[in-house]
Write a protein that binds this ligand. Structure first.
Ligand SMILES: [Zn+2]
Ligand SMILES: [Zn+2]
Length: 581
């Protein structure tokens, strides 16, 4: 029988501790669990010993030596007294043993070779299952004992571990590629956005280039949602607390909302974290009939969330962003069609962005009803509808308990970028609760007042966050339609400048974003800059081109495309932009 990868990872933590204690007999080992992709072990090293990555080769060598002498993990139940005696010099282990004693849990030791550790279990059955080349130590970090900053700071040594060397190598290669593609680094190099201490953390400033990409992402979402009947509205950034009291956000979400004060009223105001409550007020602004439904509203207003400063990261975790967030108010008999239409649009968008995806049905956690609005009967009803949609349309999906929104279950589209990393961006959510709370109604066929259903949905979620994801997904090589500068015009010599200017104007008039480089620098530098800035096309104009009445077109990805009359270049590029290739 082969053991799970978690067992292999945790066994390696034991091996790490054994090696460290052989090299540093004064060190004290504390705990060493398996984690995603590997393992760690926390140690207290004697004063004056500072472990760094430079020490890894020696520790790894010792681990491999010891591994050869290990066969398996021998379990032995021990009394608290014996356990404390064994670990008499290790106050951390004593503390763990006392905890086990207090909760009357079994105290077990696991021994392999000469090394014994206090442990609950979860190891390989045979140490041959640990491939000596399928793991590696990666980094050192400080960690407080038991995660409490009042406690001693320990040294945590991390390792990666996989079933095979191939998996380990692949993981390392992706990590390295991801580092190169880091959107914070590329965003700076390509001049897309900046942060300022004076403006504040999590509040990026988009340059002209970054704002152009953002605008293109928004325009595309808008185009897709217009096709399925959504109308764009615009709503204010601040709202009275009352609105969020009715919606339930005040009760369940307040710590993530930023408060605003008015000089003229004592009322509490908040920056809005989402558009839904406001959209209910557009719906409620006039009487609605069953024939008017669905009413579909889309909004790109700025949203604000009071994220912890430590959790902010580049464009992927922000305090200010917008969302292609939209809401459909419909009758119950329209839910399925609405979901299928939105799903179709999401699929189309992800195909354009060349991203794979899978679908996750996010359900509530019936054991923690206090986290949600509404009771079990409403949840059972809404969850059943979503399951039916997935089953009837034979849509493959996984279920995730506890991942629902506070007001209802979700169909989350988990996308995979070009490095195989998962991102949750698109979502369709069913809400039977908010319309009720806002007392929304429509007049049905029989003349009775009924409550509509609310569907919350996002195609790519936040354009700003998505831009961060796309920078890494494309490694900065944006497709033509998204590129802030689509064409660079590079005249070879001064005598070609006038022609370059004319050509630039023709492209600009055709709606192409062009940068005509009339700087007094040599031609080679112009071409290099176009590559560094990852501009998809360069139009070169030299004397020969001018004589032949053509321009030379070069592509960033494929080199020289050929020499064409400018009209041909314009129609080729216009087509490529329109098709979003
Ligand atoms: Zn163990
Ligand atoms: Zn919403």
């Amino acid at each position: 029988m082969s053991s799970s990868i978690e067992h292999i990872r945790h066994s390696l933590a034991h091996l790490l501790a054994a090696a460290v204690l052989e090299i540093y007999p004064e060190a004290k080992n504390t705990i060493g669990p398996s984690i995603d992709n590997g393992f760690y072990y926390d140690f207290e090293f004697p004063k004056g010993v500072a472990i760094s990555e430079k020490d890894f080769p020696a520790i790894e060598k010792k681990m491999r030596e010891i591994l050869k002498t290990w066969k398996n993990f021998e379990e032995k139940e021990v009394s608290a007294k014996d356990a404390k005696k064994f670990f008499k010099d290790n106050p951390y282990k004593i503390e763990l043993i006392e905890d086990l004693e207090n909760t009357k849990e079994k105290i077990t030791f696991y021994t392999s070779g000469k090394f014994t550790d206090l442990c609950r279990g979860g190891h390989v059955e045979d140490t041959k299952e640990i491939k000596p080349d399928a793991w590696k130590l990666t980094r050192v970090a400080g960690a407080y004992w038991r995660g409490d900053e009042k406690n001693a700071m320990l040294t945590r040594i991390y390792g990666l571990s996989f079933t095979t060397k191939k998996e380990l190598d692949e993981y390392i290669a992706i990590e390295e590629e991801a580092k190169k593609r880091d959107h914070k680094k590329l965003g700076k190099e390509l001049g897309l956005f900046v942060f300022s201490d004076l403006v504040g953390p999590g509040l990026p400033l988009y340059t002209f280039k970054g704002a152009t990409i953002r605008r293109e992402i928004i325009n595309y979402s808008n185009e897709l949602q217009k096709n399925i009947g959504y109308q764009e509205v615009h709503t204010p950034n601040i709202n009275k607390a009352e609105l969020f009291k009715v919606s339930g956000h005040y009760e369940k979400y307040k710590e993530s909302m930023m408060k605003v004060m008015s000089n003229y009223s004592k009322e509490e105001y908040f920056l809005k974290p989402m558009n839904c409550p406001q959209h209910t007020q557009i719906y409620a602004s006039e009487p609605r009939s069953y024939k008017d439904l669905p009413i579909r509203i889309a909004d790109f207003a700025n949203l604000y969330r009071d994220e912890k400063p430590g959790e902010l990261s580049g464009l992927t975790r922000l305090r200010c962003f917008c969302q292609d967030d939209a809401h459909a108010f419909c009758r119950e008999d329209q839910i399925k069609e609405e979901f299928i239409n939105v799903l179709g649009v999401i699929k189309k968008a992800l195909a354009t962005y060349k991203m794979n995806y899978s679908i996750r049905l996010s359900l509530w956690d019936p054991e923690k009803p206090e986290k949600y609005l509404g009771d079990a009967s409403v949840w059972n009803k809404s969850q059943k509808i979503l399951e039916e949609i997935l089953v009837e349309n034979k849509i493959e999906h996984i279920k995730a308990i506890g991942e629902a929104a506070i007001y209802g279950p979700k169909m989350d589209v988990v996308t995979k970028d070009s490095l195989g990393r998962e991102w949750q961006i698109s979502t369709i959510q069913l809400d039977l609760i908010m319309p009720e709370r806002f007392k929304l109604t429509y007049t049905d066929k029989d003349g009775k007042q009924k409550t509509p259903v609310m569907i919350h949905r996002a195609i790519i979620g936040s354009p700003e966050r998505f831009m961060g994801i796309l920078i890494e997904h494309y490694a900065g090589n944006f497709p033509l339609w998204l590129s802030p500068v689509q064409v660079k015009i590079a005249p070879v010599k001064d005598s070609n400048f006038k022609k370059a200017e004319e050509t630039g104007k023709l492209l600009k008039d055709a709606g192409i974003r062009v940068d005509t480089d009339l700087n007094d620098v040599n031609f080679g530098k112009k071409i290099r800059e176009a590559k560094d800035m990852k501009i998809p096309y360069t139009v070169i104009i030299g004397d020969k081109d001018m004589e032949a009445g053509v321009v030379t077109l070069e592509s960033l990805d494929h080199g020289k495309v050929g020499a064409f009359p400018i009209e041909e270049v314009i129609s080729k590029l216009t087509k490529e932009i329109k098709e979003k290739k």
